[in-house]
Design a protein around this ligand. Structure first.
Ligand SMILES: Nc1ncnc2c1ncn2[C@@H]1O[C@H](COP(=O)(O)OP(=O)(O)OP(=O)(O)O)[C@@H](O)[C@H]1O
Ligand SMILES: [Mg+2]
Length: 356
């Protein structure tokens, strides 16, 4: 069992989880931007990638290998498809966990057409032997196919047509340096600004034939945790609400009322996030408190608190991880509408109790 699995299973139950759930998978294809021009935000990545692809096209060459890193739902799969589309090349899609043996990879590589894009999702979860085969394939467009077993085994070199590997990972830090170094271009995807997510909401609303006004889109964007996938998911839930409870048009009021039903607050925190903050503030005076204690207080596993709730709370500046434990920031008190206790050093009577 590894952390990825724990996190994914919890995350996919949440409306604000960043991993794709079944419904996302069904509708995402329809919402994916098809070319770089349609791809919203990530200005630097887009500009750089545009140059890489244009130059390759001008040379009539296959594009360099591209590594895309970034949190779930930020557009890695989407970009890989855009790369293929921009190069006018077919795309083959597979993932690290699907390649357990070097032979699996050899079979895929040897069937690629010239110029084809091979999208390798979750590349950090590939097996070691497959990874080593990939080094040679990326660098020399060649693999050694091992035939036979034991002392009689021989390596038969096989030339591959030039192809473009697009690797995606949520954890660039887990990639071995020799693999990372073999990518000609590495793009790190950042979380999106609210204004960019607003554009995502407007674009998706248009594709889904839903009417949303400026404030309505802003309200959804503000609760989407910097993540287009979450923006699209919240939009679908708000659309349902607008259809059932109103005239179908998404305004700020409708968006806020709908997301209140789903317990996603104005900053995109859900019930678990708020439970963690509330325990930290109300039971432990804002901390510091140990992770295990905090987890028991909210009735969750340690890993769930650490992997599912905390990253966003930390990113939002609501919670800090310190060597002495978890500590709430002033912003956390403000967000829950609570008043922080006065610090002991300000002299609030405790000194007298325990002093000489
Ligand atoms: N820049 C963008 N502009 C518009 N929509 C986007 C953008 N990036 C992502 N999306 C939308 O968000 C959804 C999720 O994107 P995508 O599947 O590419 O994320 P991912 O990074 O591959 O996630 P994972 O790590 O879970 O595989 C897609 O349906 C896509 O429509
Ligand atoms: Mg993906």
């Amino acid at each position: 069992m590894n952390w990825d699995d724990t996190t994914d299973s919890h995350a996919s139950e949440r409306l604000v989880g960043a991993s794709a759930d079944r419904e996302d998978q069904a509708v995402e294809a329809a919402l994916r931007p098809k070319d770089l021009g349609e791809f919203i935000g990530q200005e630097k990545v887009r500009e750089q990638l545009d140059l890489v692809l244009r130059a390759a096209r001008a040379r009539g060459a296959t594009a360099d290998h591209v590594l895309l890193s970034g949190a779930p739902g930020l557009g890695k799969t989407t970009l890989s498809m855009i790369i293929a589309a921009e190069m006018g090349a077919p795309i083959r899609i597979t993932s690290g966990p699907a390649i357990q043996h070097a032979g699996d990879l050899a079979a895929i590589l040897s069937s690629l057409q010239e110029g084809e894009v091979l999208f390798l999702d979750e590349i950090h979860r590939m097996s070691r032997p497959a990874e080593e085969m990939l080094y040679m394939a990326m660098e020399d467009f060649r693999v050694d196919v091992i035939v036979g077993k034991g002392p009689g085994a021989t390596a038969i070199p096989l030339d591959l047509p030039p192809f473009t590997l697009v690797g995606a990972t949520t954890r660039a830090g887990l990639l071995p340096p020799p693999l990372r170094d073999r990518f000609g271009f590495t793009a790190h995807m950042e979380f999106y600004e609210p204004a960019e997510l607003e554009r995502v909401v407007h674009r998706s609303a248009h594709l889904l034939d839903v009417e949303v006004d400026t404030d309505g889109a802003a309200e959804i964007a503000g609760r989407s945790r910097g993540t287009p996938r979450i923006a699209n998911r919240l939009l679908r839930r708000v659309r349902d609400y607008a259809q059932v409870k109103a005239d179908g048009v998404i305004t700020r009021e409708i968006a806020a009322a709908a997301l209140a039903v789903y317990e996603v607050d104005a900053r995109g925190l859900d019930r678990l996030d708020r439970a963690v903050l509330q325990a930290l503030l109300k039971l432990f005076g804002g901390g510091p408190v140990g992770l295990s204690t905090l987890a028991v207080a909210v009735g969750e596993e340690r890993e769930t608190v650490e992997e599912v709730a905390e990253p966003f709370l930390v990113r939002e500046g609501l919670l800090a991880r310190t060597p002495r434990g978890r500590v709430a920031t002033p912003a956390a008190w403000a967000h829950l509408g609570l008043t922080p206790p006065r610090p002991a050093s300000a002299g609030n009577g405790q000194q007298d109790l325990f002093g000489a």
